[in-house]
Design a protein around this ligand. Structure first.
Ligand code: ZN
Length: 127
């Protein structure tokens, strides 16, 4: 994965500005610190919280990721011709979604951050 792309920051959970400092306090399944991010980057010192409530918008990303996951599983079951009762399908998909929700939550936060925060090379890092 090439440093300098938004995907690098998202996949490696790194600072959207320098791609070196950690973005989150812990991994997504550390339920006490789930989705909590540092206030500033430890490397470039840029703030991760530009304004109060900044990450409320990540709910839109979370909704899109959750819907995409559910539709993918649903269509996958249809394509693979796996016959499952509707009730069991809903329970199964909900269980998978519940298991993946910490990951979806942290992914949605860092995707949201990467929409508004941009990579700065060493040349323009001080701006
Ligand atoms: Zn940084």
């Amino acid at each position: 994965m090439k440093k300098g792309t938004k995907l690098y920051s998202i996949i490696n959970r790194k600072c959207p500005f320098c791609h070196e400092g950690d973005f989150f306090l812990s991994h997504p399944y550390d339920l006490k610190k789930m989705g909590d991010n540092y206030d500033n980057c430890s490397i470039c010192n840029e703030t991760y919280n530009p304004e109060p409530g900044f990450y409320f918008g990540a709910m839109y990303i979370s909704y899109a990721l959750g819907t995409a996951l559910m539709v993918t599983i649903w269509v996958g079951l249809i394509i693979l011709s796996i016959e499952v009762e509707l009730f069991h399908k809903i329970i199964g998909i909900s269980a998978i979604w519940l298991f993946l929700s910490p990951l979806i939550h942290s992914l949605s936060k860092i995707i949201w951050a990467n929409i508004f925060m941009h990579y700065k090379t060493n040349n323009n890092l001080k701006n």
